[in-house]
Design a protein around this ligand. Structure first.
Ligand SMILES: NC(=O)c1ccc[n+]([C@@H]2O[C@H](COP(=O)([O-])OP(=O)(O)OC[C@H]3O[C@@H](n4cnc5c(N)ncnc54)[C@H](OP(=O)(O)O)[C@@H]3O)[C@@H](O)[C@H]2O)c1
Length: 307
């Protein structure tokens, strides 16, 4: 391959991340199951590979797919990245997957002589587009140092938390909070509105309190204007992450009552058929339970992510 960097998975996150690599001057060979999603990248420093195995000649291949099983499939399945006669030196995976699945993938890759770094991220596609992701990595320190310049090109901050699958544990803990915070934010927003405080006023006050965060700020326009069709993360992906959080809690013997209640609430939202929609649609479900019909407040506001 002409490019020493390969990329598999050009969904909402992957596409935005690759753009930063190419903008930083790195040539990247990309592959996506749905080829049409790769086409807009052509000409911006990316080359579309005809197959995953074409990327096996790259030194480092980054992956950003949905679940543990999807990652196993793109690596070891039919026509998989490492299933042919050549293998890349290193695989760096940024998908949100389980610790156990990641350890199994590590064992298989290392047995083939392929290095493996976990590099999950904090931030949605808009954050990724703005170059404001946090990337937290684990695996051999030497591999981290090798991948760090590329990770830096895609992020606001890059950290190494230790060996093995520790970054998976970090991500699972992070996303458990992600679910619990949106659950509570929806509950208190409905409470405030039912009592008479306009949503945008209430959310603005929370954002300006000690409890406000980058997360509550960027969800505020969506919650105010009910613009759930601009998908940052789907209910199904959130359910997957809450399940990962509770599985880790069981494995380590940690009680997580807030996460358990949130998991059930998210499962109910998924059961109601909400998909291909932003997970913040949880607000509508919460309002329905309170007998409150919400309307968009049509307020122009910043999500704090404009560059
Ligand atoms: N969105 C967020 O806010 C966010 C934030 C942090 C982390 N994450 C995590 O990042 C990962 C990607 O999320 P996303 O939002 O980018 O998801 P997405 O938009 O649904 O994209 C998923 C990507 O994975 C590919 N894929 C899935 N299964 C595959 C398979 N079996 N074989 C080949 N390719 C497969 C898809 O290919 P096709 O295009 O062909 O479907 C697509 O490129 C997930 O693990 C998610 O939990 C997401």
């Amino acid at each position: 391959m002409a490019n020493s960097i390969g990329w598999i998975g050009l969904g909402r996150m992957g596409e935005a991340m690759v753009r930063h690599l190419t903008q930083a001057g790195h040539g990247v060979s990309v592959w996506n199951r749905t080829r049409s999603k790769a086409e807009p990248l052509e000409g911006s420093g990316a080359t579309i590979a005809g197959s995953k195995q074409e990327l096996a000649g790259c030194e480092i291949v980054f992956t950003m797919v949905s679940t543990t099983d999807d990652l196993k499939q793109v690596l070891f399945g039919e026509g998989g990245l490492v299933a042919g006669s050549r293998q890349p030196k290193v695989v760096v995976d940024s998908s949100s997957i389980s610790q156990e699945g990641s350890a199994e993938i590590r064992r298989q890759l290392e047995a083939m002589g392929v290095g493996y770094l976990c590099a999950p991220v904090s931030g949605n596609a808009k954050v990724a587009k703005a170059g404001k992701l946090l990337i937290v990595a684990s695996g051999p320190r030497m591999l981290y140092e090798k991948a760090e310049p590329y990770l830096q090109a895609m992020a606001r901050k890059v950290m190494w938390v230790g060996e093995g699958e520790l970054a998976r544990v970090w991500k699972i803990a992070h996303n458990t909070m992600f679910g619990v915070v949106i659950q509570n934010l929806c509950e208190i927003t409905v409470l405030a509105e039912k009592a008479g405080i306009p949503r945008h006023v209430f959310l603005e006050s929370i954002n300006d309190s000690v409890l406000g965060s980058m997360y509550t700020k960027y969800k505020t326009p969506t919650l105010t204007n009910l613009s759930f069709e601009q998908v940052t993360f789907t209910p199904k992906l959130l359910l997957k992450d809450m399940d990962l959080g509770l599985a880790a809690a069981r494995a380590y013997g940690v009680a997580m009552p807030a996460a358990a209640a949130t998991r059930e609430s998210v499962a109910r939202m998924v059961g109601h058929g909400h998909d291909d929609i932003d997970f913040a649609v949880l607000l509508l479900e919460t309002a329905k339970d309170a007998g409150l019909e919400l309307k968009s407040e049509n307020v122009k506001m910043s999500d704090g992510l404009e560059s």
